[in-house]
Write a protein that binds this ligand. Structure first.
Ligand SMILES: Cc1cc2nc3c(=O)[nH]c(=O)nc-3n(C[C@H](O)[C@H](O)[C@H](O)COP(=O)(O)OP(=O)(O)OC[C@H]3O[C@@H](n4cnc5c(N)ncnc54)[C@H](O)[C@@H]3O)c2cc1C
Length: 311
């Protein structure tokens, strides 16, 4: 079983120890914003030893970006534009990145013409200067944080010793779908690199009705990268795939409430982030939620209770 992705940045800190040779204060499931913010806070502010585990081969969750074969920085899970009106969130993230000022403009293709499309209105809008993954690398760069990638937490839960868990994966999966599967809408992306500097006149062009795809993103507008080529992504809606947008229906809210009532009974597990709370959150909202959870943890005594993790 591959426990570590040797190609990933800083897969495992803590010297030569494997994660299994030591006791962790926290096992954090998920290396997206929810898990990474909490790992950083717990390690840097409370001196906790934290093991972060993600089943994907990279950190950053859905905000992960990487350089494609042509050397262009692209967003693997769709275009992510950072925006917030929360000064605390902005101040916090600014510890881990410089910013590139950016004003997001979206165009819509209507009967062959491009017209402005309403977009985001927060006070602060910018992009991390070196990208999201670099931001996450800086956030997780702490000798008290170990990272294991390519690993479902269920594959290591019996082998690793830890006191508490922070879970940022899907809540229905945690409870083995005992009340049913919470539905999501998903998206597929088709990436292309074109042998020209510019493909379209803005970062995102929405195609409301005329094509199978709904949006085309050209990443250079977001990243500010200078390159002779350009990479784009076509976005296609689909029912199956990565869990992206919760389907907001009464019966789904009811199913989530049943899961939450089970989750609330687990003293040693906290459910944080978009998948664990079955909500659509923007990145700044997830960061704010994680900081609020950290405030709670810091404000309460973290005893070493021995309640079982899996209900
Ligand atoms: C298409 C799209 C575009 C978006 N654009 C924007 C935008 O422009 N601006 C904005 O502010 N927000 C945007 N968002 C929202 C943003 O992606 C989320 O707010 C953010 O990623 C949520 O962080 P998270 O940590 O809660 O979840 P995630 O980033 O999903 O992280 C959860 C992690 O848990 C891991 N995991 C799950 N189950 C397991 C398991 N069993 N074992 C181990 N690991 C597990 C997953 O692999 C994942 O990496 C967009 C979302 C989507 C879907």
């Amino acid at each position: 079983m591959p426990l570590r992705d040797e190609t990933a940045p800083r897969p495992l800190r803590n010297g030569s120890c494997t994660p299994f040779e030591q006791m962790f204060d926290y096992l954090i499931v998920g290396a997206g914003f929810a898990g990474s913010v909490l790992a950083e806070r717990l390690a840097s502010q409370l001196g906790k030893r934290v093991l972060v585990c993600d089943k994907r081969p990279h950190i950053g969750g859905n905000a992960h970006d990487h350089f494609d074969d042509a050397g262009l920085l692209v967003h693997k899970y769709g275009p992510h534009v950072f925006h917030t009106s929360a000064p605390r969130v902005f101040r916090y993230l600014s510890r881990f990145t410089k910013w590139r000022s950016y004003e997001h403009r979206v165009l819509a293709a209507v009967r062959g013409t491009l017209v402005p499309f309403p977009s985001f209105t927060d006070a602060f809008q910018a992009m991390p200067l070196r990208g999201y993954t670099r931001l996450f690398e800086n956030m997780l760069d702490n000798e008290r944080i170990a990272i294991v990638l390519n690993t479902d937490y269920r594959d290591l839960i019996d082998e690793v010793r830890f006191d508490k868990m922070i879970y940022t994966g899907p809540i229905d999966s945690f409870f083995d779908y005992r009340f049913g599967k919470l539905p999501y809408r998903s998206l597929e992306y088709k990436f292309e690199t074109h042998d020209k500097e510019v493909f379209q006149p803005g970062a995102v062009v929405v195609h409301p009705s005329e094509s199978a795809y709904t949006r085309v993103t050209e990443f250079k507008y977001l990243t500010g990268q200078t390159h002779a080529k350009t990479s784009i992504a076509y976005e296609f809606p689909c029912a199956d795939g990565e869990p992206y947008y919760p389907v907001l229906r009464q019966e789904n809210a009811e199913m989530y409430r049943r899961y939450k009532s089970f989750a609330d009974q687990l003293a040693n597990v906290r459910f944080v982030g978009r998948l664990a709370t079955y909500r659509y959150y923007d990145m700044d909202q997830v960061v704010a939620q994680a900081l609020a959870v950290f405030d709670e943890i810091r404000g309460t005594r973290c005893g070493s209770g021995g309640a079982s993790i899996i209900a």
